[in-house]
Design a protein around this ligand. Sequence first.
Ligand code: NAI
Ligand code: AKG
Length: 395
Amino acid sequence: MTYQIQTYNKIAEAGTSLFRDSYELNTAEEPDGILLRSHSLHDQSLPPSLQAIARAGAGTNNIPLHACSEKGIVVFNTPGANANAVKELVLSCLIASARNLFSAIRWTHTLEGTTNVASQVEANKKAFIGNEIRGKKLGVIGLGNIGSIVANDALALDMDVVAYDPFVSVDVAWTISRNVQRVHQLEELLSTCDYITIHVPLSQKTTGFIDKKAFRSMKKGMQFINFARGELVDEQALTHALEDGTVGKYITDFPNDHLFNLENVVAIPHLGASTTESEENCAIMAAQQLKVFLETGNIRNSVNLPNVSLPLISPGRLTIMHQNIPNMVGQFSTLLAEREFNIADMLNRSRGDWAYTLIDIDNKLTSDQAEDILNRLQTIKGVVRARHLVNGWHE
Ligand SMILES: NC(=O)C1=CN([C@@H]2O[C@H](COP(=O)(O)OP(=O)(O)OC[C@H]3O[C@@H](n4cnc5c(N)ncnc54)[C@H](O)[C@@H]3O)[C@@H](O)[C@H]2O)C=CC1
Ligand SMILES: O=C(O)CCC(=O)C(=O)O
């Protein structure tokens, strides 16, 4: 069995080199798996061959998640793999912004070719007097893999840190310093912070999350850092807030034409995760998750299905992705019992509207038997994809 993997964007070799032996990269029009970064799949058809998509990164807003679930495609991301890279850039932008470094450097370059550069520098540097961040208040919106470490490290820089995340995970909550003050109303954070950084995923629910009302609550002259996604901020409201001085500076990793026309915008070319370390971490994690899924059906770090892990010991395994509705497992086991196949092990997990079942069978199926079972499984209402995996150890 050879698996076909299609990659998009620059994926670190540390990840792509894991696809050896029974894998081919970028050779087929009908891939089994896709490995990508920010490439958008929204306007691209998803071939029937496609079983899984791995996002080497955190945000999955470039992937049509609903359509993937409907077609039985498992989508993975790599939580935390690029968090440190983003944190370091956020903190450096925080300091660079407080010290007016961006405009100061731009101005210094205008002196090129003029005389008396040193005396011009001394005469004009007062235009770029900045502030120290020590003792200033930082608001962190979204305390996930990135927000939590930004919050902890900002404390180490002697900032006061306030955070808002109504859905913070238990795992992350354990890692957050008790000196990070949690607020339950976003308004409380917006109205008191000198600096705000946002780290929430872009979804239908969070599009335009920072809107006119949010900007109205902010302290005059505050500085806003957005390394999450541009669409989280309502652009018209941002424009007004920059024009009336509510936002003293907007630092974003997501430039566009409109932002170039505005004063006090620092535009960075989506560099948050662009370090060698982060690109390697993400590529390795994404490639490993994709391989494990294709070879064993086990799932780790999917965004549309639950985590599922069962050692593959039996000669064969059926993997079934289906709607989370009653009597699915009953129908699967009846089908197998009718054919006198014995179930050695089984696992069923659900997540929201979707569920996933692994069934290990004692019998080594012929290709006709496997085809018959898969055909029958696919006719069960609610099943979107069924696969039969052969355990190589029994070959
Ligand atoms: N600029 C860049 O290169 C990068 C950008 N990102 C962006 O940053 C986002 C966050 O990344 P991670 O921290 O790794 O994700 P994460 O999934 O670990 O954390 C997201 C956090 O946002 C919280 N959240 C969700 N909805 C919220 C709401 N309405 N209000 C407040 N909190 C809310 C969640 O509870 C979670 O704790 C990604 O989704 C991606 O869009 C991530 C990595 C690199
Ligand atoms: O792959 C990249 O450089 C972008 C990373 C990113 O935006 C993410 O992980 O959400």
